[in-house]
Design a protein around this ligand. Sequence first.
Ligand code: PLP
Length: 430
Amino acid sequence: MIKNKKSSEIFDKAQQYIPGGVNSPVRAFKSIGGKPFIVDKGTGAYLYDIDGNRFTDYVMSWGPLILGHAHKPVIEAITKAALKGSSFGASTKAELELAMIVNELMPWVEKLRTVSSGTEACMTAIRLARGATGRQLVVKFDGGYHGHSDAFLVKAGSGLATGGLPASGGVPEKVTEATLSLPYNDIEKVKQCFAEKGNDIAAVIVEPVAANMGVIPPTPGFLQGLRDLTREHKALLIFDEVITGFRVARGGAAELFDIKPDLVCLGKILGGGMPIGGVGGNADIMDYLAPEGPVYQAGTLSGNPLSTAAGIETLKSLDDHRVYTYLKQYTDDLTGEITSLFDKSDIDIRLSKVESLFTLFFAGHDIYDFDSVNKANMNMYSEFFTHMLNRGVYLPPSGYEAWFVSTAHQQEQLEYTINAIRTFIDGRPE
Ligand code: PLP
């Protein structure tokens, strides 16, 4: 068992001063139960809490830290930039440098506008799509997450073409009526939707690898189907690559699946652990943005010098295919061992993965969309999470999330993780 006296005290007090004690809901461990630990520091693949516990980290700040915590060159780049000033509200050369690196890694991203979060990137992308097409409707997929702006907080409408109902308090129905939510990986439903409303659809936004209902690969033909339908109906295809960008390949899922969207939303790795987001695409569409065009978007901290410094340093390190080979190998080894351990037990699992992105579902059925995820055994995931945390392995505190690895994850962490999983299986009643 881990010690948690100090974390518990801080979390209790935080609840007095911060809503729910946290600045982003999943950090509260609500779906898992128990109180969250309070972080002291991170190094490499490890997180340390203020009670002195060490955890092998499979959250890695939810994706940005592909090189591990406190990666020295990244920290040095941030420090160097900070010594020259932390924000100017005026342009720097580093912003150009970052846009040029992205263009090199994703050549179809001719222009990039950087913002401060993935939420802003997605919000801007649909405003741009609406501005460029003169249409209103946006199609998303059930279980897809595109940040917390109003238009995306839509409960899955029952079936096709029902105007979405807000999934959050405070979101006007008028706003979400223009968002249609369809089942992921079901191209027939998308076809039907376009047949009925094609002339009004501004864009389809999709996580090319779903990673916010756990990781779900696109079924063969799904992304190509979206590409074909959007082209045919003159709607834009937006890949939300906030997670997959620079993760599943240097050029993201667009490179991996060889499908070019019209716009891409970036974040996380783009800022190497500092706040950032980005929307990019070809010049014709991007130039609809102010000051060139009529679609307004702005930000006091956009292109922030600390974020651009961390992003540039991180992306430069990824300019080496060995990074991706390594991440995939670690993931294949880990998931392979997990699968063989559970295969010998009477616990059904499904390991869903794409390159170094994966999720372990406690389920005996195939996982391919949000409904199938909802049928997985999330109570068992909570039990598993708690067991692993108590043995010093920090997994995502929700069964609906991706696990993240970094280049700092080595054989030592892999073996440690596997041993902890073995004790979970061995400790369960027959
Ligand atoms: N899009 C995707 C696919 C995400 O996973 C996230 C966040 O996890 C976002 C958008 C929102 O990004 P941010 O949390 O930086 O606002």
